[in-house]
Each structure stands twice: as C-alpha cells, then as structure tokens.
Design a binder for this molecule. Structure first.
Ligand SMILES: O=C(O)c1cc(C(=O)O)oc(=O)c1
Length: 312
C-alpha cells in the first residue's frame, strides 16, 4: 500500500486523499470495460500543478491509476484533464503514452494551440476537449473561443466534454445546442438529487438529451451528488440510494449515449473518500440488465474513444 505524495506542494486544507486499499468489486465487469472518467494529478514534482488552479490535490499518478484499473477489472481508461493542471496536458499525455494503447485522453486547450500541437495530442491518444463551466473550478469560459476550438477539434473527429451545474443549463442551452460535434456531459449535469427525479430540473436535462441526439451523458459521481448516502465505505452494499434513480433514468432512456467512470482520484470531496470497489458495485443498480451494462461499459466508450476497434 503506497500513500500519496504532494511533490512539495501544500494540499488544499481538508483535502481527502484517494482510498489506499479499495476492495475487489463483487460485480464482475464485462470483458473490455472502460473507466471513461478518471484523472491523473501530477505527480507534482514531475508535472507541477498550474498557477491558476483552484485546489492543490495529493499526487495521483499513472502508476496508481493503472494499478486501480487492474484491481477493479477495467481494460481501459479515459483520462480527463483535471482543472488543477490548467491547459498543461503533460501529466495526462504522459499517462496515455505509457498505457500501451489502453488509455485515451480528454484535453484542455486554448485558442492559441497550433494545428501541429493538436495533431500531437491526437497521436498521444486525445479524442476530446473539456469545457468547464463550474464557477468554483475555472475563472472564465469565453464562448467565442470555445466555439472556435469546438470547430477545430470536430475536424479531428473529437468530441467536447462539458462540465456544468444544473441551475446553469437554461442559460447555457443555446450555446451547447450550437456545438458542432458530439457532446458528452459530465456527471449528469450535476442534478440536485434532493429534488424529485420527475421534477422540472431533471426533466430539463432529459429534454436536452432528447432534443439533441448528439449529446451523451456520463452517469458518474454518485459519491459527489449524493446528499443522503450512505457512502461507499465499510462494505456498504447499497450506497448513494438518492442518486440511483437519476442515473438509472438516463441509462434506460439513452442506452447508447451513456458512459460510466470512477472519477478517481475524486477531487474536492469534502465528506468521505469512497472505496472504489464498492463504487463499481453501484453499476448493476443503475444498469440493471447485462445488455445495458455492455453498452454502458464497453460498446459506447469504445465507439467514442477506440472507434477503430469498436465491435458495434
Ligand atoms: O467537482 C469537482 O470538483 C471536479 C473537478 C474536476 C477537475 O478539477 O477537473 O473534475 C471533475 O470531474 C470534478
């Protein structure tokens, strides 16, 4: 068991480190399953955190990520650029390159990036860019710049990953709807799960998916969205009961446009750090049939990130 380092950086006060000894999941993942949302942090001594970051994490490097992948039973990872690295994609690219083709990436880029640099990212395994609208994580989201980037990456066959919170969807709707390529929403657009799953807020998110067939959703982060728990700790077999109906609704209505991921190493959790093995055991509760699980964990992420080898 290795404990996380920080590479000389001071962690944000109250920072929760990744779980040191996740349990082996009881649920057996289908062959070829993809963890389609995870991050690497540093290590800070090799890949320093960005000056403009809003938090300083513990290190969570590629070796730990690949060890977790193997322990949980995943075949592949999609590594999403974390905001603590700004638009310095080196840690994520290094992990993709070291994965032997088993990791693809989602980058953060700015307008000044050249075509040659974009091609370099593609060579390393990047297949998307992330636009972040969560105010506690980024300072600005210039829409003309984002639209320009979206147009450029469309030409490479990439998609756009969006991170926003449910109350902001009405205001962002038209901009999102105008994006020219496939769109993947992080963490179901962060619904308030104390509200009814049939209520107006989540209905708007479902309508957004229904009216825009190019929009996908990650059914991720019950540990982040849950208000009532119980947490995925100490062998709990039915954690995060309040989030399950939301994720299940999305999986059942849009089975070909959903992705699942661990969100390891779970940045900015305040309350508890989940046991990632127990988090994997949530999957059959949100995707109750083998067919839904095959699409969620294998077919959909393969189509988006490894289209050259996807079966269907
Ligand atoms: O909610 C968060 O704090 C969070 C942060 C990041 C990031 O810093 O990139 O990514 C996530 O998926 C979630």
């Amino acid at each position: 068991m290795t404990l996380p380092t920080t590479g000389g950086f001071d962690k944000t006060p109250g920072w929760l480190d990744w779980h040191p000894s996740p349990s082996t999941p009881r649920f057996r993942l289908p062959e070829g399953a993809v963890d389609a949302h995870c991050h690497v942090f540093g290590p800070g001594a090799e890949f320093p955190y960005a000056p403009e970051r809003k938090y300083t994490p513990c290190d969570a490097g590629k070796a730990q990520l690949f060890a977790l992948r193997d322990r949980l039973g995943f075949s592949r990872n999609v590594i999403v650029q974390a905001t603590c690295h700004g638009d310095d994609n080196r840690a994520m690219l290094d992990a993709c390159r070291a994965s032997g083709g088993r990791a693809r990436g989602v980058a953060t880029v700015r307008r000044g990036i050249t075509d040659a640099q974009l091609h370099e990212l593609h060579e390393a395994g990047v297949r998307g860019v992330r636009f972040n609208f969560v105010k506690r994580l980024v300072d600005s989201t210039p829409r003309d710049e984002l639209m320009e980037i979206a147009q450029r990456v469309k030409a490479l066959g990439w998609h756009v990953v969006l991170y926003f919170e449910a109350p902001d969807l009405p205001e962002l709707w038209d901009f999102f709807a105008a994006l020219p390529t496939t769109v993947v929403v992080d963490h179901m657009g962060r619904p308030d799960v104390t509200r009814p799953v049939d209520g107006p807020e989540f209905a708007l998110f479902l309508r957004f998916l229904r009216e825009h067939p190019f929009v996908w959703s990650k059914v991720t982060c019950p540990e982040r969205l849950s208000m009532a728990g119980p947490p995925a700790l100490n062998g709990e077999t039915a954690p995060y009961r309040d989030v399950i109906p939301f994720a299940r609704r999305v999986v059942e209505e849009f089975p070909d446009r959903v992705l699942w991921g661990t969100d390891w190493p779970h940045p900015n959790l305040k309350d508890h750090m989940p046991d990632d093995g127990l988090l994997v055991d949530v999957i059959p509760r949100i995707a109750p049939t083998a067919d839904l699980r095959q699409r969620l964990l294998v077919d959909n992420p393969m189509r988006l990130y490894w289209p050259e080898t996807a079966a269907r």
